[in-house]
Design a protein around this ligand. Sequence first.
Ligand code: PHE
Length: 340
Amino acid sequence: MVNVDLIQELEDLRREALQAVADAADERALEGVRVTYLGRKDGRVSSILRRLGSLPPEARPAVGQKANEVKRALEEALQARSAELARRDGGTAVDLTLPARRPWKGGLHPITQAVDEICAIFRDLGFTRARGPEADTEWYNFEALNTPLDHPAADEQDTLYLVDSVLLRSHTSPVQMRIMEAYPPPIRIVAPGWVYRRDTPDATHTPAFMQIEGLVVDEGVTFVDFKATLETFARRYWGADTRVRFRPSFFPFTEPSAEVDVKRVIHRPDGSTVETDWLEIMGAGMVDPNVLANAGLDPERYTGFAFGMGPARIAMLKHGIEDLRTFFDNDVRFLEQFAT
Ligand code: PHE
């Protein structure tokens, strides 16, 4: 029967082909073997497979199965021999003089690093990390913070409304309220998070940015605590010889209010030093009694201070970055410089 003959022929082909594979001395010879047996046009195994259609139907399954079996065995042998040759010719297959490909390594975003560094300093000073919602109400974002909706300060932060009186918070100060409502004093928190403003992106503005809010509320908290805490933070972050300045300012939710500036001392490799200009790092002040009252705390009993800073700005100063937008371009070549 045709069937039996072909199966015998396939067995013979297998033996012959495997021997040829074993004898192949290099990649070229191996490729010759592949073409001889498995080549699409005239390959000897391939042409048997192609002839299947002309066999009597009852012979087809057995021959087809055998042919495929031979084909698979041959493919495996070709691959194994090829790997063996590559190992033998190691010097040419793998160029050991090329620099190694280092595995890709992720890292924390420079702004995240700044947030963590800042929060770590405050943790040493007894602060807990807190958070609040990014979508909040006009009450929490403005009114509870002593900012009437028709106040110019609300105008300045005219922001992105979602529905009715729900908006994307324009600062992290609403977290002050939510924490005071949820926890009794003493309160010492830092609350990092995203905030949103209707700003056109430029070198120093992006419509979404990070802030870190700080809040301390207790009995007997004074302006001295306020100054000392923020000075201690600034010296820990920027260096012990950093100078700190409190400039009078205005925020509806603090009284008195201040902008806090630092003047850093840069130490040059040759031992000389230079002072930077004054750099504004945060807004701050003593918590307004109205805010305490809005949170249900007795302003006769409790006092406190609050501050808000932008870690992206702080990261820019630290790394000498000139354009805020580069933080958000997601260019890995830029970001990987900060991966630690
Ligand atoms: N929320 C203010 C801002 O976004 C910063 C601030 C926070 C000022 C806390 C005083 C106290 O500009």
